[in-house]
Design a protein around this ligand. Structure first.
Ligand code: ADP
Length: 233
């Protein structure tokens, strides 16, 4: 589905991501973990072509318009006027080549994904009136409208209360079970170590890459999840 080969990304000549390689097969879930500032978001933007690579390359085996992206959340602007339906529909924007109008299929896809995420009843509400967890679901529905096969998410549950965060987590698990390939940047090492996925633990370079079952056994994981914290790695 995606090959990432020796990818490096720099800001102003300063390397922030160095020599990262991994392969993703259809249905994989790769969790990218590491401390703040370790280059996770930069790597994802590099993969998406939002930042130029300073080395290496990517090979996508899906078309670019089948790749969805949920960027890291910045606090929502209080005056954001759109309805939930409009926010979700805007996920279809990159599918529309020349038409300024949404098609019936766009609307059907928006409705289907709102249904899927349990926010269909909120469609007509102003986006800003939603709780943090509901807003995140609306943005997930938006990303799902854009996506066919591969979804990249930058800390999808950051800033949510524990209940909303676990709901988002459960949704992602369900999507993955339905066959969606996922790359998820996460702070949560423990959920990354749950069996069944792949883990990339990075700090500019790769510290670990492999199945989550193996990750859970590493000294790196044990050290980072020890009560005294993750200093030293
Ligand atoms: P993470 O997602 O792991 O927290 P980031 O990819 O956001 O890490 O950042 C990696 C490093 O790149 C950090 O040192 C950060 O300060 C730096 N950085 C991020 N964005 C920019 C930018 N636009 N310009 C310059 N440096 C940046």
């Amino acid at each position: 589905m995606l090959d990432c080969r020796n990818v490096s990304v720099s800001y102003d000549g300063k390397p922030v991501v160095e020599d990262i390689s991994f392969g993703l097969a259809p249905g994989d879930c790769l969790r990218v973990v590491g401390e703040n500032g370790s280059g996770k978001s930069t790597l994802m933007k590099g993969l998406l072509g939002l930042l130029p690579l300073s080395g290496g390359g990517t090979v996508f085996r899906v078309s670019r318009d089948e790749v969805g992206y949920l960027p890291q959340q910045t606090p929502a602007r209080g005056d954001f006027p759109a309805s939930v339906m409009e926010v979700v529909l805007s996920g279809r924007l990159n599918r529309r080549r020349f038409s300024p109008f949404y098609t019936r299929r766009d609307r059907a896809s928006a409705e289907e994904n709102m249904e899927r995420l349990g926010i269909a009843s909120l469609a007509g509400k102003p986006y800003r009136a939603l709780s943090g967890g509901q807003q995140r679901r609306a943005l997930l529905a938006r990303a799902l409208c854009a996506v066919g096969k591969l979804l990249m998410l930058d800390e999808p549950s950051a800033g949510l209360d524990p209940l909303a965060a676990s709901q988002v987590d459960a949704l992602l698990e369900k999507l993955n079970q339905e066959g969606m390939t996922l790359i998820v940047i996460s702070h949560d090492l423990k959920s990354a170590a749950r069996p069944g996925g792949k883990v990339l633990h990075m700090r500019k370079k790769t510290l670990f890459l492999g199945p989550s079952e193996d990750y859970a056994k590493t000294a790196l994981y044990r050290h980072m999840t020890a009560p005294e914290g993750g200093r030293g790695f």
